[in-house]
Unconditional design. Structure first.
Length: 128
C-alpha cells in the first residue's frame, strides 16, 4: 500500500472524522480524545529483518478539564508539535495504546501493517 492508493485516502478520510478515546488509569484518571492521520510508509530493521511500517501523526484533542490541564501543561513544556525521535518520550504510553488501536483498526481494512508515530500535535489550549 502506498500513500497515493485509493484505500489510503479512504482510510484517512474515515480517520479525519473518527476520534480515538483513551482512559489511561495507570498514570492519570481521565479520558483523552485523539485523532490520527496516516502520513507515510517507511522501512525499519526489526530483529535483523527489514519491515514496512505505516507512519502516522497523532493529534491530541481538547477533551475535558482534567485532560486539557494535563495536556496543556505538556504543551507548555514540549510545544505544539513533538517529533518522535526515541522511545524515551513523555508520550510513550499513549503512543503504544494508540498504535494498538490503529493496528486493530487497519486490520478491519485487511491491512496487517505495523505502525509507528512520527509526530504528536497537541491541539489543547494552554491555560494560564
Amino acid at each position: 500500500m502506498e500513500p497515493s492508493d485509493k484505500l489510503w485516502n479512504r482510510i484517512n478520510e474515515f480517520l479525519e472524522n473518527h476520534r480515538f478515546q483513551l482512559f489511561a488509569e495507570d498514570n492519570f484518571n481521565f479520558e483523552t480524545d485523539f485523532k490520527v492521520k496516516l502520513t507515510g510508509i517507511d522501512y525499519y530493521i526489526t530483529f535483523g529483518e527489514k519491515k514496512e511500517y505505516i507512519e502516522y501523526t497523532l493529534y491530541v484533542l481538547p477533551s475535558n478539564e482534567q485532560s486539557d490541564r494535563f495536556w496543556g501543561t505538556l504543551k507548555k513544556y514540549f510545544g505544539e508539535e513533538t517529533p518522535i525521535t526515541s522511545t524515551s518520550d513523555p508520550h510513550l504510553e499513549v503512543r503504544y495504546k494508540i498504535q494498538e488501536l490503529l493496528s486493530n483498526f487497519l486490520n478491519v481494512f485487511g491491512l496487517d501493517y505495523s505502525v509507528t508515530c512520527k509526530k504528536i500535535v497537541n491541539l489543547v489550549d494552554v491555560k494560564d
